[in-house]
Structure formats: structure tokens, C-alpha cells
Design a protein around this ligand. Structure first.
Ligand code: SAM
Length: 302
């Protein structure tokens, strides 16, 4: 594709660092402003130059590219600052999505702002926002945890600290740890807590699947294909009253057992008699346990 000219190109003449979001899978998800900025700055700083070469090539962008990541020597950062001091314009991109969101760039942005240069966001894709906007969990307030600790003991300790968080929790997870992390979440949050898995967003095998933790774990364990690719995990916030949470977990355990033997309607009626909870609510819960409540879209698996 040939390089596009855009009115934004004129604006990049003022010295500044542009923070440019790039697609998280579907190359079509890049804004015309992002293309104009990438095509007109003096230099692009990229997390991985080989990775970004594919995107830039696809859009016919021939701007010089230099590597910049969190482990870059300080001298690399200083060289970028020198360029800004000379009046040049720079763009920062990461491998996918929005830089600085679990991606490199924080130190650079701090130094560029401290030196008095402009930092200009060019917003676009981020797996965090894509997942939150389509999972069907409360999105008015949420907590983003980035990547959880890789080691199990540290991860469990971290999750225990989040047990009573009322807002929707969002975290990124790698395919190697997805099952272990869901096991830890089951231990820490209880079997009834609703979780939505967003896998391979914007890609061919995009899957958005929600269920209680006690159902989600066997679902993902049942098929290795469901464990492949990139994941965002969203966890419903805790119920306001911790005693209520215990009662909900107990009702969930009872419903799970009854559903093994009885049809949904009878299981809900029996669970209502045992727990004292409302029959209608337990009926809805039992239906969701059988069908998966928040499975908004599921494309064919590999
Ligand atoms: N800066 C990126 C952003 O704005 O989303 C995130 C970068 S972080 C290093 C990469 C993680 O984001 C992946 O391990 C995965 O958890 C999540 N992620 C990125 N792309 C995704 C996608 N297409 N579907 C689901 N999760 C994705």
C-alpha cells in the first residue's frame, strides 16, 4: 500500500514525542491519524524493530526506525531526547496496542516531559479496552492489574489482596499460565465468581467466554485449543457483603450438585428450599451455569 498523506502530517513539524497505538491483531485497526504521524515523524522508536517492520511495510511507511524498550541503555533514551532538543519529531510504538499499557515507554515519557517537550497521544487499540467493552461485566469502574506475578506463591498472595475488590478486575495472561492462574482464582475468589476470558481479540479465533470459575476451569481444560493465544481475564467484582459472598458460593455448590441429578427448574426449586435464596434468582443462575452467561461471540476454533 502506498504511503498516505494526511492533514495530521503538517502538525508533526513541532518537536514532540507521539505515543501511537497500533493494532492488537487485525491490521485494519489503525487510525488514519496514526498512519499520518508514523509516515511523517523524523524517527520511530519501536519495541521490536523487526516486528514493527511488518506493519510499517504493510502501510508503505519508510520512516527510519530505532529500537526502544524498557531494557534499552540510558544512552538510547538520551539520544532520543537529543533529537527532540534539535526540534525533531518522534513516534513511540510497541509490538501491539497502546505503548506503556504493560508495554515499554514509561521512563521515556517521564524524561521527555521533564525536559519540557510535548508528549502527544495518538489513541487506538488496546486489549484492555477491547475486552472490557465486550465482556458484559460492569465497565463503569474497573481495576487493571496488568500481568499477575508469574510465580504461583506470589500470584496467590496478590490475588488474596484482591478478594474484596468491588470493581471489575482486568488482567493480562500468557497461554502458558492461563490454567494455573484460573486455578488460583478459583481458590481465592470461590467457585461462584463470574469470570470472562477474552482470547485472540480481533483475530481469526477470537473467543469471548464467560462463566463461574467452577465451570470455566473444566471448560478450558477440556480443549487445548482454548488455552492457545493471547488472553485478557476479567473478574467480576466481589459482592458488597462478604457474608453474602459465602452464601452465594454455598448456593452455587448446592446448585452444581443438584444439576447433576435434576432438570434446571427442579434444581433451582430444591436449592431455594435448602438455602432460603430466591427461586427466580437461582433459576437464572442455574440456566447460566448450563449455557454460559456471557458468551457473546465465539468463532470456530483451530
Ligand atoms: N500494550 C498492549 C495493549 O495495549 O493491549 C498490551 C501489551 S502486553 C505486552 C501483551 C498482552 O496483552 C498479551 O499477553 C495479552 O494478555 C494481551 N493481549 C494483547 N493482544 C491481545 C489480543 N488480541 N487478544 C487478547 N489479549 C491480548
Amino acid at each position: 500500500m502506498s504511503q498516505r498523506r494526511h492533514p495530521e502530517a503538517r502538525q508533526t513539524k513541532e518537536s514532540a514525542l507521539y505515543i501511537v497505538a497500533t493494532p492488537i491483531g487485525n491490521l485494519g485497526d489503525i487510525s488514519s491519524r496514526a498512519l499520518a504521524v508514523l509516515g511523517s515523524v523524523d524517527m520511530i522508536a519501536a519495541e521490536d524493530t523487526r516486528h514493527s517492520a511488518r506493519l510499517l511495510q504493510h502501510y508503505g511507511i519508510s520512516t527510519p526506525v530505532t529500537a526502544y524498550h524498557d531494557f534499552s541503555p540510558e544512552a538510547r533514551e538520551s539520544a532520543l531526547l537529543d533529537r527532540l532538543a534539535r526540534g525533531e519529531t518522534l513516534a513511540l510504538i510497541s509490538d501491539a496496542g497502546t505503548p506503556l499499557i504493560s508495554d515499554p515507554g514509561y521512563n521515556l515519557v517521564v524524561r521527555v516531559r521533564a525536559a519540557g517537550h510535548k508528549v502527544i497521544p495518538v489513541p487506538g487499540p488496546s486489549a484492555l479496552v477491547a475486552a472490557l467493552s465486550s465482556a458484559g461485566l460492569p465497565s463503569d469502574r474497573f481495576v487493571f492489574e496488568g500481568f499477575l506475578p508469574a510465580r504461583r506463591a506470589a500470584r496467590v498472595q496478590h490475588l488474596q489482596g484482591l478478594q474484596n475488590e468491588l470493581r471489575t478486575l482486568v488482567c493480562y495472561e500468557s497461554p502458558h499460565r492461563i490454567v494455573a492462574t484460573l486455578e488460583d482464582m478459583l481458590d481465592c475468589f470461590g467457585p461462584a465468581r463470574q469470570v470472562v476470558l477474552c482470547r485472540e481479540l480481533t483475530k481469526t479465533f477470537e473467543t469471548i467466554h464467560g462463566d463461574s470459575l467452577s465451570n470455566l476451569l473444566p471448560w478450558i481444560q477440556a480443549d487445548e485449543n482454548r488455552q492457545r493465544g493471547e488472553f485478557v481475564i476479567l473478574i467480576a467484582g466481589a459482592t458488597v457483603n462478604p457474608d453474602q459472598q459465602e452464601e452465594d458460593d454455598e448456593a452455587h455448590r448446592i446448585l452444581t450438585l443438584l444439576l447433576e441429578e435434576l432438570p434446571v427448574k427442579q434444581a433451582a426449586a430444591m436449592a431455594a428450599r435448602i438455602t432460603g435464596q430466591r427461586k427466580n434468582q437461582l433459576y437464572r443462575q442455574a440456566l447460566a451455569m448450563q449455557t454460559g452467561p456471557a458468551e457473546t461471540r465465539k468463532l470456530p476454533e483451530p
